[in-house]
Every structure is written in structure tokens, then in C-alpha cells.
Design a protein around this ligand. Structure first.
Ligand code: UD1
Ligand code: MG
Length: 459
């Protein structure tokens, strides 16, 4: 890796995120589409943060507060610039002219729709500038080159990049394509960018013309080859799905490398921020949404869905469990089949093994939640809390109508509707009393036998 010296050089990274993404056929701006629970833009900004040492500028389209807000959320120090009209990638870079003028040693241009880029590749690209190139680009050989610019080379020299729409048949046959990322020596950047014209099929200012312009100024251009996985640009939903597949593979490999047991890795869906501890076992068909942490030794059983949840050491979740945002399970908690937990703290050793909904609640240590228990947290207008004490025993099919408190060690009888607080150590029954009518069935049959109809039943 030729990133030696890069640390001493200043770098401005310009992320282009103003394109309309028409090929996505979506109302959502392209860079806000999601791969592994993270927007495309966030993937790019995260790679930049990991590469380190860069100032970041994000170029967004007019009236795209949503894109600007996402940039701010992920990279609070990034500056945003608005490209008022979409007139091409070089035009977009120049929207950040004010900050380019400040004269960073290296300028990196990254597309917001290239989320698979790795931090070490960004360092390699800057390395080419240290080696004397004024412009460096990433080349790759895609299985299907459709839509990509082609790198025109002569020996080791990069002569130009030709966009597909403008390519001759011979140029279109070139298999080495433009990955889209570019490093430009800061001292030449403005001179090069301002010389780029728009005489081409689309009438756009193409950033790719920087190569020919630099050569025209007797400067050097270089191409580094990388794998397709890293630079696949996302223009369509099919490419979005392909990027998801590559990302999932990377995340699973990293998890296993870190000591996680994935029984059937190809069936587990992870998020970029999923944190799994040592000796965590994930059974087949588990989905991790954003914001999940699982501590050492916990087991996530098949068909569970977790999102915004914390699972403590040694806990067992599932099969078929649903943990929603704010679910916090302490160590050795058991959450079993068809149990949903939302915004609730389940303290150490507590169990809810079957068919329950626990929302807006605290369940004390070692409490037992019977099958079919529901915290009735919503009255149609507001959410209310349920507090269950340590060691409490909630009988099966209890409805706990919040706000309500069940004291430590208290019991609720099965089938109870609990509307008032239950003091510690007591039993609460909130159900109709059972009535037994002896001999009733026999009397019914006798009535039927003499032909009495009309729905009458014996007393
Ligand atoms: C671009 C390259 C092509 C390369 C491919 C790699 C150019 C001219 N072409 O083509 O050589 O093979 O990427 O994926 O650079 N954008 C703006 N403002 C604009 C236009 C685009 O901000 O006016 C942004 C888009 O949001 C996107 C990026 O620039 O993030 C690239 O634009 P896109 O339209 O996807 O370019 P491609 O046709 O993919
Ligand atoms: Mg693209």
C-alpha cells in the first residue's frame, strides 16, 4: 500500500450526492437508499472517516435538505454545498469551489452512489498523487460494463476516459472501466476542473475529462485497478441488491473472524453497525436491523428479528422472537417463541418464553412472564408504562393495563386483567369467578329429549 506520507498531507474529500438517480425509479434520492441498514451516503462518509485525515464536503442537489441532514448526522464536521443545476460531475465538484480554493494537498472526489469503497483504497489513490500523478482514477473490469466510462490507455499510461454515450465501438469494447473515484493534486485541481467543457452527447461537464485535460497540461494521469466489488456504482435497484449481497458477505465474514458462530451464514442478514460478541451463536434465518448489540455467549435462535436492541451475556432469544427499538435484555434473559419486546428493560434472568407483548416496561430480575401476557401500553392517545418487580410471576394470559405496577415477588392469576397496582408479595386476580353448575349437562340433554326447542337451557 502506498499511503506513506499521506498522513502529512492535507486532503479534501468531495462527495457528490446531487444526482437525481432517475434510474432508481424512486421518490427517495439515490444516496439515501440503504445497504445493510445504512444509507449509501453514510457508507461513503464512514469509509472516509476510517481512512482518516480528510476534510469533507458533500455536494447536494437543490431542495435536498434530507440529503444534507443525513450528511450532517453521519459527518457533523462536513460542509455541504448545493449544486443548483445538475450539469454533470465536474460541475458538481465545482460547487465546492470555495473550499477547493483553500488549497488542500490532495483532492479526493467520491461518488455518493459507490458505497462499497474500502478505506485502504482511498489511501492507495492518494498514494498515486504522492508518486507524481496529477490525476489518479480507479479502474475495474466489470462483468457487465454497460453504463461505465472506459479507460483509454497506452501501455501504462492513462490517456483519457470516454463516457459510454460518447464512445466509439472500439472504445466501447475496452473492458477496463472507470470506478468513478478520482484523486486530483490540489495545486492543479481548479485549473484542471475549470478547463473541462461540455461538448459531448449529454452536454454535461464530465469529471472524467480531467484526465485528458491534465495530459493536455503536460501532467501525468494514473489508473489503479481494483476489484469490481469495491467500485460498483449504484444506479438501479438491481445494483442496489447486488451491493447489499457483497456487503452482507463482508459483514458475515468479519463476524465469523471475530468469533461469532453463524450456523448458516448465507441466511443471516446483518447491518453495518451490528455488534456481536465472542461465542455468540446465530441460528439460521435471523435478521438484524440497525442498532443491535449482542453480548458474549448469547444465542439468537432461528427466525428472530432484532432492531435497536441490546442482548446481554448468555441470553437466549427466539426462535421467532421480535426485539424492537429500546428492548434491553440483561444477562441470561430468555425471550422465547412469538414474544415481542419494545422499549423495555428486561432484568437479569427474567423469562418470557411464549407468546407475549412487553412494551414500555421494566421486568425485574428473575421475573417470569406467562404465555400470552400483554402489556396494554396504549390507550389510543398515549403510551403508559408497566413496572414488574423482581421475582414476580405473571400468570398466563394476563393483561396488564398500564400505567400499572406489579410489586416484587407478586403473582397475577392466569387470565387476569390487571388495572390496579399489585403490592409486593400479593396475588391479584382480575377475572370473573368461575361458576360450577353440577348436573347441568344432564338436564340439558333431558330437555332436548322431550323436544323442547327455542334455545332454552336448564337453570
Ligand atoms: C460516472 C462516471 C463514469 C463511471 C461511473 C462509475 C462521469 C461523467 N461518469 O457515471 O465514468 O464509470 O460514474 O460509477 O463522471 N452527480 C452530481 N451532480 C451531477 C451529476 C452527478 O452530484 O450533476 C453525482 C451523483 O449523485 C452520483 C455521482 O455524481 O453520486 C455520479 O453520477 P452518475 O449519474 O451516477 O454517473 P454515472 O453515469 O454512473
Ligand atoms: Mg452512477
Amino acid at each position: 500500500m502506498s499511503d506513506r506520507g499521506a498522513a502529512a498531507r492535507s486532503c479534501l474529500a468531495i462527495v457528490l450526492a446531487a444526482g437525481e438517480g432517475t434510474r432508481m425509479r424512486s421518490t427517495l434520492p439515490k444516496v439515501l437508499h440503504v445497504v445493510a441498514g445504512r444509507t449509501l451516503l453514510a457508507h461513503v462518509l464512514t469509509a472516509l472517516a476510517r481512512a482518516g485525515g480528510t476534510q469533507t464536503a458533500v455536494v447536494v442537489g437543490p431542495d435536498r435538505e434530507d440529503v444534507a441532514a443525513e450528511a450532517k448526522r453521519v459527518a457533523p464536521n462536513a460542509q455541504t454545498f448545493v449544486q443548483a443545476e445538475r450539469r454533470g460531475t465536474a460541475h458538481a465538484v465545482l460547487a465546492a469551489k470555495e473550499t477547493i480554493k483553500k488549497g488542500a494537498d490532495d483532492i479526493l472526489v467520491i461518488f455518493g452512489d459507490t458505497p462499497l469503497i474500502l478505506p485502504e483504497t482511498l489511501a492507495r489513490l492518494r498514494g498515486a498523487l504522492i508518486d507524481g500523478a496529477a490525476v489518479a482514477v480507479l479502474g475495474f473490469r466489470p462483468v457487465d460494463p454497460k453504463g461505465y466510462g472506459r479507460l483509454v490507455t497506452q501501455g501504462n499510461e492513462l490517456l483519457a476516459i470516454v463516457e459510454e454515450a460518447d464512445a466509439t465501438d472500439a472504445e466501447r469494447a475496452i473492458t477496463l472501466c472507470n470506478g468513478g473515484l478520482m484523486a486530483i493534486a490540489g495545486k492543479y485541481a481548479l485549473a484542471i476542473l475549470e478547463k473541462i467543457g461540455n461538448v459531448n452527447r449529454k452536454g454535461e461537464f464530465y469529471l472524467t475529462d480531467a484526465v485528458a485535460v491534465a495530459r493536455g497540461m503536460a501532467l501525468k494521469a494514473a489508473a489503479l485497478e481494483v476489484s469490481e466489488d469495491e467500485v460498483s456504482g449504484i444506479n438501479t435497484k438491481a445494483q442496489l441488491a447486488a451491493a447489499e449481497a457483497v456487503t452482507q458477505q463482508r459483514l458475515r465474514a468479519a463476524a465469523m473472524e471475530a468469533g461469532v458462530t453463524l450456523v448458516a451464514p448465507e441466511t443471516v442478514h446483518l447491518c453495518a453497525d451490528t455488534k456481536l460478541g465472542n461465542d455468540v451463536t446465530v441460528e439460521p434465518y435471523v435478521v438484524f436491523g440497525p442498532g443491535v448489540t449482542v453480548e458474549d455467549g448469547a444465542t439468537i435462535r432461528s427466525f428472530s428479528h432484532l432492531h435497536g436492541a441490546h442482548v446481554g451475556m448468555g441470553a437466549i432469544v427466539g426462535p421467532y422472537a421480535r426485539l424492537r427499538p429500546g428492548a434491553k435484555l440483561e444477562e441470561n434473559v430468555h425471550i422465547g417463541n412469538f414474544v415481542e419486546v419494545k422499549e423495555a428493560l428486561i432484568e437479569a434472568g427474567a423469562k418470557a418464553n411464549h407468546l407475549a407483548y412487553i412494551g414500555d416496561a421494566r421486568v425485574g430480575a428473575a421475573a417470569n412472564i406467562g404465555a400470552g401476557t400483554i402489556t396494554c401500553n396504549y390507550d389510543g392517545a398515549a403510551k403508559h408504562r408497566t413496572d414488574i418487580g423482581a421475582g414476580a410471576f405473571i400468570g398466563s394470559n394476563s393483561s396488564l393495563v398500564a400505567p400499572v405496577k406489579i410489586g416484587d415477588g407478586a403473582y397475577t392469576g392466569s387470565g387476569s386483567v390487571i388495572t390496579k397496582d399489585v403490592p409486593a408479595g400479593s396475588l391479584a386476580l382480575g377475572r370473573a369467578q368461575q361458576v360450577v353448575k353440577e348436573g347441568w349437562a344432564e338436564r340439558l340433554r333431558a330437555l332436548k329429549a322431550v323436544g323442547k326447542k327455542g334455545g332454552k337451557t336448564p337453570g
